[in-house]
Design a protein around this ligand. Structure first.
Ligand code: ZN
Length: 103
């Protein structure tokens, strides 16, 4: 069996491990249901891509599950339609000026 000739120093070990960190997922919002979706991928929740339905999410489900999912999607869509109106006034409010003490 091959055996290392020398012990790996803390520096070398840590340099190797500097690439082992977890990478934050880049997520965008689904245009229809506002769920977090990886970019350039179909929304798994509602089956739409760029606002168009690509996958029939309800096709595989049983009748009972389908009814539940339809209800769920309706609620999510209603919630998604309401939130932009609620957020709109907040976006219009002017940004507070930086205090002079920080300049
Ligand atoms: Zn969606």
């Amino acid at each position: 069996m091959a055996v290392p000739k020398k012990r790996t120093s803390k520096t070398k070990r840590n340099m190797r491990r500097s690439h082992h960190g977890a990478v934050r997922l880049h997520l965008s919002k689904c245009a229809k249901c506002k769920q977090a979706v990886p970019p350039h991928q179909t929304c798994a929740n509602c089956g739409t891509y760029k606002g168009k339905e690509v996958v029939d999410v309800l096709a595989k489900l049983e009748k009972k599950e389908r009814k539940q999912k339809e209800k769920e999607l309706r609620e999510q869509q209603e919630a998604a339609e309401v939130t932009p109106e609620q957020q709109a006034p907040a976006a219009d409010t002017p940004v507070e000026k930086m205090p002079d003490s920080l300049k």
